[in-house]
Design a protein around this ligand. Structure first.
Ligand code: LMR
Length: 328
């Protein structure tokens, strides 16, 4: 009896010791932008909140600047369990769903507020589930901002872009958008853009003010046209396998921390769309070209026919719902 009791106590002690010494759950969060961007700041805040609220239980390792994976590989890596979270731009999910191509349609949203309204609408929220069948869980949207066109020459009307080579994200809609201008789109990873521009292997690219500023594209692109022709936002994702493996209470805390971090990231996005634009102007390295209403109408007329090409893949109802978000 005595021995049995001692044995039981020893077993309890061992279980207790192993629980106490259990390794924390590690969330590797891989992204491609600089740490001072909306996504960079969101990821860092997420780490802070999670580690403060779940000390010893969850550890978040953030890998910025494509240190671990580029966006074209990160989703595969996530499905293999090599990273647990990422936030690729909505333009980079083509292999997993065609629906998110919606966000690439040129001149669909008039500004970031309209994007926000659509994302928070029932249709927008439903889109967060668009990749679930492929094992990818959408945890939330995060803003970066509206895209501008940068180039080695001034772009005032669509004809100015003719025959120029533009780097694009891996999106067929974006390829069609530049083909509609009779320009040459090249799908390249974000990490290569600066060098491609610097060596003049390409003539231009499209991106947000914060990406153009933080990655110094403006130092190697003498002209930036303030076109606001599209949106560059993100979906924060994890794998279904990892998400379901978390104990309920931990999953709840992680999601809460993420929602708060996204709130910060969105605030940074709005601020940077103004401050980084101004910083580029102040640098004197790049001329920011503002379009007249007539010039802008020409870009719209040249690019908007792309919508028809993708209507079947995306769904007309979805396009209509997104368009309606402009008018609220
Ligand atoms: C790009 O590839 O240009 C962007 O998706 C980078 C980013 O994550 O903002």
């Amino acid at each position: 009896m005595k021995f049995r009791l001692l044995g039981a106590l020893a077993a309890c002690a061992m279980i207790f010791a192993s629980v106490a010494a259990a390794d924390p759950i590690v969330i590797k969060f891989s992204h491609v932008v600089a740490e001072n961007t909306p996504k960079g700041q969101m990821a860092n805040r997420f780490k802070e909140l999670v580690e403060a609220r779940l000390p010893g239980k969850v550890k978040v390792e953030v890998f910025p600047n494509s240190q671990l994976f580029g966006d074209n590989k990160v989703l595969e890596a996530m499905l293999l369990g090599d990273v647990q979270m990422a936030a690729p731009s909505l333009s980079k999910f083509k292999r997993y769903t065609k629906k998110l191509q919606l966000f690439d349609l040129p001149f669909l949203f008039s500004d970031l507020k309209a994007v926000e309204r659509f994302q928070q609408s029932p249709e927008g929220q439903k889109l967060l589930h668009a990749t679930e069948k492929k094992g990818i869980v959408g945890l939330g949207y995060l803003h970066n901002g509206m895209k501008q066109l940068s180039a080695s020459k001034p772009l005032r009307v669509p004809e100015d872009a003719k025959k120029l080579k533009f780097r694009i994200m891996s999106s067929d809609v974006l390829a069609a958008q530049f083909k509609a201008l009779d320009a040459m789109p090249l799908k390249k990873p974000f990490s290569e853009v600066f060098t491609l521009l610097q060596t003049k292997a390409i003539d231009g690219q499209e991106n947000t003010w914060s990406n153009i500023y933080s990655k110094k594209f403006y130092e190697v692109q003498p002209y930036i046209t303030e076109s606001n022709h599209g949106v560059l936002d993100y979906m924060v994702v994890t794998s279904r396998e990892f998400w379901n493996s978390l104990p309920d209470d931990i999953r709840g805390e992680v999601k809460k921390a993420l929602d708060e971090a996204i709130e910060l990231g969105n605030k940074v996005a709005y601020e940077k769309s103004v401050a980084d634009r101004q910083a580029i102007i102040d640098s004197g390295r790049s001329e920011v070209i503002e379009l007249t209403p007539e010039q802008r109408a020409k870009w719209v007329a040249a690019m908007k026919p792309v919508w028809k090409q993708f209507e079947d893949q995306i769904g007309k109802d979805l396009i209509d719902a997104a368009w309606a978000a402009n008018k609220q």
